[in-house]
Design a protein around this ligand. Sequence first.
Ligand code: AHM
Ligand code: MG
Length: 344
Amino acid sequence: MERTTLVQHIRQQEKANPGATGEFSGLMNEVMVAAKIISLQVNSAGIGEDIFGLTGKINIQGEEVKKLDEFSDITFTKIIGQSGTVCAITSEEKDEPYIIPPEDHPGKYIFMMDPLDGSSNIDVNVNIGTIFSIYRKKSLGTDVTDEDILQKGVEQIAAGYIVYGSSTIFVYTSGQGVHGFTLDPTLGEFFLSHPDLAIPEQGSTYSTNEGNWGVWEEAQKDLVAYLKEDDSSTGRPYKLRYIGSLVADFHRTLLKGGLFMYPKDSKSPKGKLRFSFEAAPLAFIVEQAGGKASTGVQRVLEITPTGIHDRLPLFIGSKKDVEMAEERLATPVKKGSWFKWLNS
Ligand code: AHM
Ligand code: MG
């Protein structure tokens, strides 16, 4: 049986772009190599070298850095940083952008990543992932400026994620649809397994940390209580599915449809998830698959960040589900009005 590898697929997609120089394919190939290394580490966590647990450091987000977080950040930074294809790397784990020094031959791309998302799930064998996003350098001259690092979401030229789960899956878009590849561990090669992914227009699940109910705004409580109401004409009640690893929750939502939400709340008034490393790349992917991503009031890809660690509320998934969320959030609700859905 003839199977398409990820390398072949990237090359084919690049050929469709007349001015292509091969630099983009080169960068994507390096992302794939780093992903294979992380996958191997994740799959063998607990065997031999002690990779579980904490490094004892605290990152820019104020969170404890896990050993696998640090390993993933270093692996991606080394491999991508020496690829000759990028001029800067930003990471959820790094306070500041890493600017590629002249001796490592900076290229024309900017690479952004959450090297290991969902890391609170590492020690308990639950799916984790990597998210990445690629922009082209915009400013003239050799210096990397804010104009390059803080680009609007729509300027992304590619985005993807890797889920380290029951199998390792690499999903990416370069603006020509969304394609998924599964790692064949015996050959060490990613093969096309999910071509032209399309998210269902409406799903039947919602995904959110409902433990935050007490710190949610009334409109958010109203939205979730509405999803629990019994009304077969609108497909309710929705099922609840929440893993707590964004990549895993997003991957399920992409394949099956539904609504993932991480709203702002009184604990995180701006939201928890980050624009550059989480929301923007997944928004690019979901839109390419026919879905939507919103802050509740604005299309995520229309945002221009003010800093690399900017956070935002995120509603992402099936088109109709995200639109329904936007509509309900825009409707003023009285305190406690959600009670009517729960008692209906
Ligand atoms: P991380 O990047 O530090 O791992 O944090 C992001 C994670 C996401 O994977 C997930 O969607 C969310 O945080 C879960 O947060 P919570 O534990 O508040 O539900
Ligand atoms: Mg993350």
